[in-house]
Design a binder for this molecule. Structure first.
Ligand SMILES: Cc1ncc(COP(=O)(O)O)c(C=O)c1O
Length: 410
C-alpha cells in the first residue's frame, strides 16, 4: 500500500483550545482586532527566531541580507532592519522602504534587470550599492556619477555558468536576463576601469527555493571559485561578495525543511577561502522567503458551504487575488496544496475532504483542492500557512474588484 506524502508538520504556531495563536494572540481575537477578513498576519517573534537560527550556522564574519522582494511590508522590513546586516532591493519602491528604516545606505544593495536611469540616479544619490546587470547600466552609472559628482558604489551582478540544482526558480546558468554572463565579465571589468568606475565586487545569485542542502553547498563552493577567478580580472580589490542564497521552505506534501547544519559547515569553508583569497571582501548571503515565509499566515473566512455532486466546497472571502502562490499560479508547473488548516478548529471533530475556493469566477481560484480538514461552517477561519513571502505583493489584488487584504505584524 502506498502512503500519500503529507505536509511537513506545522509546529511554529502554538495552538490553544484548538485555536491557532499568532504572535501570542488567538486567531479569532486577532480577526476581531483586524476588523475584517481576509488578512495576512506575520509573527514578529518567529521572524526574530529565524534570524537567530541562521546566525547559529553562519560564519561569524558572514553578513546576512534580507531580500525585500519576499515581503516588502514596511513594519516587517523595519523589524528586520535591526536584525540583519543588509537589505537587498529590486526597485525604487523597495529602495524607499529600505531607506525609511534608517539602515546605513552602504548596507543596502540594489539589483535587478532593467534599472531606469532615474532609478540609478536615485540609488547613486542615496549612496547605496548598485548592482549593474548590463553594459548599459555600467555606462549609465559612469555618466550619472559624473553628473551628480558622486562616485557610484558599483558591484557587478554575474550570471554564473552554473545553476542551483533542484531550485524552484533557476536564476543563473544558461542565457538569462539577469546579470552579466561570467565569460563577459572580464571585458566589462576593463570597461568600468576605463570609465573611471570603482568596481567594488560581485553579486552571484544562481537560484531560489532549494530544499537540497547538498546542492546549496556545492553551488556556494562553485560561486566562490567563480568570484576568485573574476577577482583576477578586476582592476580593483574585491570589497563586496554576495554569494546569493536560495534557501527554500517546505510548501508541498513530501517536502522536508532544509537542513542548515551541512550548509553552515560548507559556509565555514567558503568563508575561510574568501578570507584568504579576497582579504578585503565583506561576504554576504541574501535570503528572502527563508527568513519570513514560515512566519506568515493568510486568513480567510468561510462565506458559504456548498455541496456539488458529492463534493464539499468551502467558499471563502479570500483567494487568488490575495495569494496567487497558494492558488498554484505563481510559477508552479503542477498545482499542489499549500498547508491549510481551519484556524479556529485546528484538531476539532471529524475530518472531511473539501476544496477551499475563493469568490472569483475562475476555477483557478483555489486555496486547497480535496484536502482532509476538520468540518467547517460559515464563519470559520481558513488559514494558509507558509504565507509570509510572495503574498500580497505578488498577487493580482485588483482582479475582479474585491477588497484588498490588510497585513499585520503581530
Ligand atoms: C537576486 C535575488 N536575490 C534574492 C532573491 C530571493 O529569493 P528567496 O526569497 O527565495 O530567498 C531572489 C528571488 O528571485 C533574487 O532574484
Amino acid at each position: 500500500m502506498s502512503i500519500k506524502p503529507a505536509h511537513a508538520a506545522q509546529t511554529l504556531f502554538a495552538v490553544v483550545d484548538n485555536c491557532l495563536q499568532v504572535g501570542g494572540i488567538a486567531l479569532t481575537r486577532l480577526a476581531q482586532r483586524v476588523g475584517q477578513t481576509p488578512f495576512y498576519a506575520y509573527d514578529r517573534a518567529l521572524v526574530t527566531q529565524r534570524v537567530q537560527l541562521l546566525r547559529q550556522h553562519l560564519p561569524p564574519d558572514m553578513e546576512l541580507h534580507y531580500s525585500i522582494k519576499a515581503n516588502p511590508m514596511p513594519a516587517l522590513v523595519q523589524h528586520l532592519s535591526g536584525l540583519v546586516d543588509g537589505l537587498d532591493v529590486a526597485s525604487s519602491g523597495e529602495l524607499k522602504v529600505a531607506l525609511d528604516t534608517g539602515i546605513a545606505p552602504e548596507n543596502i544593495s540594489f539589483a535587478g534587470p532593467g534599472k531606469r536611469d532615474a532609478e540609478l540616479a536615485q540609488a547613486v544619490a542615496a549612496g547605496v550599492s548598485v548592482h549593474a546587470e548590463s553594459e548599459r547600466e555600467i555606462r549609465s552609472l559612469a555618466r550619472i556619477g559624473a553628473e551628480l559628482g558622486i562616485a557610484p558604489l558599483l558591484v557587478l551582478r554575474i550570471n554564473p555558468d552554473f545553476e542551483l540544482k533542484g531550485s524552484g526558480m533557476r536564476m543563473g546558468g544558461g542565457a538569462k536576463q539577469f546579470g552579466i554572463d561570467a565569460e563577459d565579465a572580464p571585458r566589462l571589468l576593463a570597461l568600468a576601469g576605463q570609465l573611471g568606475l570603482d568596481v567594488r565586487g560581485f553579486h552571484i545569485f544562481s537560484g531560489s527555493q532549494s530544499l537540497k542542502a547538498d546542492a546549496i553547498v556545492e553551488t556556494q563552493a562553485r560561486t566562490v571559485n567563480l568570484a576568485l577567478a573574476l577577482a583576477q580580472a578586476s582592476p580593483h580589490p574585491v570589497r563586496t561578495l554576495n554569494i546569493g542564497g536560495g534557501f527554500g521552505i517546505p510548501y508541498f506534501p513530501g517536502e522536508m525543511p532544509l537542513d542548515l547544519a551541512p550548509i553552515g559547515a560548507g559556509l565555514q569553508v567558503q568563508a575561510a577561502r574568501v578570507r584568504a583569497g579576497l582579504p578585503q571582501a565583506r561576504l554576504s548571503i541574501e535570503l528572502g522567503r527563508y527568513i519570513v515565509g514560515e512566519a506568515g499566515v493568510y486568513v480567510a473566512r468561510v462565506i458559504d458551504r456548498k455541496l456539488s455532486r458529492g463534493q464539499v466546497f468551502l467558499v471563502t472571502d479570500g483567494g487568488l487575488h490575495h495569494h496567487l502562490a497558494a492558488s498554484g499560479n505563481f510559477g508552479q508547473v503542477i498545482r499542489k496544496n499549500y498547508p491549510v488548516a481551519i484556524g479556529n478548529r485546528v484538531d476539532a471533530g471529524e475530518h472531511e475532504v473539501v476544496s477551499v475556493v475563493g469568490p472569483l469566477c475562475t476555477p483557478l481560484d483555489l486555496l486547497a483542492e480535496r484536502m482532509a480538514l476538520p468540518h467547517a461552517d460559515v464563519g470559520d477561519l481558513v488559514v494558509v500557512f507558509q504565507s509570509g513571502a510572495y503574498g500580497p505583493s505578488a498577487s493580482p489584488a485588483a482582479f475582479l474588484g474585491h477588497p484588498s487584504a490588510p497585513e499585520v505584524l503581530v
